[in-house]
Design a protein around this ligand. Structure first.
Ligand code: GLN
Length: 414
């Protein structure tokens, strides 16, 4: 007989900014509406080797810019727990597909929270790997110093299996490297110390989320894990820093979509400028244009040092906050998102309030650290899901998987 590969026949959904050779890959943008991928992303090659089956592509915010999947040029994705609510984003289609039992698991991508936040809002598990743990080859680039592909699953164990299948060094991504993934060890997990950052429990945090995090802390302590308060003093600058660096990288990455390569629809342009205006002006959505304009501005001569260089310095300070904290603790526990799912349309006219959805996921993204969102077990199935986040040291996915598994095991048997 032939041996069945580890993911043999396992049906997966794939975010539509990841290339599958021969298939259309739109990144939920009109500008790629008819574009067919000519090669497999490295994560797809690896999953094929493991025997996985691809059910289809899932909706996202255009080029992964957004937190609700309402920025898709094609569809609005709804939250399976209540269809008046958003599924989060930008990997909202992947999270909704897993939550609705349409796929056993899915792949998303996370730049500032796009795997973890929709996982939290849909009541499933979402991992953002350490920057460099998973190859970005074949992912439509948003902000290359932050983008990572990660699994969205029903359980922490499933996330561990999928991460194990897709991680590793790849010659097509110079930032990728090998990770070592350990098996669950109960004793080691119980001896961990968990830190809770003071700066994450501030105005804007929903009461329901705060209570949820409290129950997670109690559950971990009952298992023997020690929990202590920590400080990440530069947290308040993280969103401002992110919204300089991301638009800067977006404006350069998306310059390649010039209306000539990839997918061209304008037949007889009067001039090069006319072509750009009609292709880029006519086919990019509002949020994408907003970021291209912002990014072009912060990179322009005379402003570069004031904005971009300054943001890089702040990014360093945020990274140092985590390095300091991880001298005393193994894992950091935080909310994933400040609120449960919000209503469709509620934040579409207010980009700033949409950006605030990622306040708890952006800092660890800037620091390149792994983070996982896991559903808080609640007494009532009626309520909208809430997620908690575990942030680990660089390349210590094993630690956050172990602690997450411990939480799942103890809350199931209670
Ligand atoms: N919502 C955040 C943004 O719009 C994060 C997106 C992402 O991680 N791709 O930038």
């Amino acid at each position: 007989h032939r041996e069945v590969p580890p993911l043999g026949g396992v049906p997966l959904a794939i975010k539509d900014n990841i290339f599958i050779a021969g298939g259309v890959v739109t990144a939920a943008s009109k500008i790629l509406e008819h574009y067919t991928a000519s090669y497999d992303a490295t994560v797809i090659t690896k999953l094929k080797e493991h025997g996985a089956v691809f059910l289809g592509k899932t909706n996202l915010d255009e080029f992964a810019m957004g937190a609700s999947t309402e920025n898709s040029a094609f569809q609005v994705t709804r939250n399976p727990h209540d269809t008046d609510y958003v599924p989060g984003g930008s990997s909202g289609g992947s999270a909704a597909a897993v939550a609705a039992d349409e796929a056993l698991a899915a792949l998303g991508s996370d730049t500032g929270g796009s795997v973890r936040q929709p996982a939290a809002l849909c009541g499933v598990v979402g991992l953002r790997p350490t920057y460099g743990a998973v190859s970005r080859h074949g992912l439509a680039a948003m902000a290359s110093s932050l983008d990572q592909i990660g699994p969205i699953t029903k359980t922490v164990d499933d996330a561990r299996i999928l991460f194990g299948a897709i991680c590793g060094e790849d010659i097509y991504d110079a930032t990728s490297t090998n990770s070592s993934l350990e098996a669950f060890d109960l004793e080691r997990t119980r001896n961990m110390t968990v830190g809770i950052p003071d700066e994450y429990f501030v105005e804007g945090l929903d009461e329901r989320v705060a209570r949820g995090i409290e129950t997670v802390r109690e559950s971990l302590e009952r298992s023997g894990v020690s929990v202590r308060r920590i400080s990440l003093p530069h947290t308040k600058y993280a969103l401002a820093c992110y919204y300089i660096i991301v638009p800067a990288e977006v404006s350069t990455n998306l310059a390649r979509l010039d209306g000539i390569r990839y997918d061209r629809t304008v037949k007889e342009p009067k001039s090069l400028n006319d072509l750009y205006v009609r292709e880029r002006g006519g086919r990019f959505g509002t949020e994408v244009k907003r970021r291209i304009l912002l990014g072009t501005f912060v990179l322009s001569s005379g402003y570069y040092d004031a904005y971009y260089t300054q943001a890089q310095r702040v990014r360093r300070l945020i990274t140092q906050d985590f390095e300091e904290a991880f001298k005393d603790v193994d894992v950091i526990l935080t909310p994933t998102a400040p609120t449960p799912a919000f209503k469709i349309g509620e934040k579409t006219d207010d980009p700033l309030s949409m950006y605030l959805s990622d306040i708890y996921t952006v800092p660890s993204s800037l620091a390149g650290l792994p983070g996982i969102s896991i559903p808080v077990r609640s007494a009532s199935e009626e309520e909208l899901p809430i997620g908690f986040q575990l942030i680990g040291k660089r390349f210590r996915e094993s630690d956050i998987f172990d602690l997450g598994s411990l939480y799942e095991q103890t809350t199931v048997s209670q």
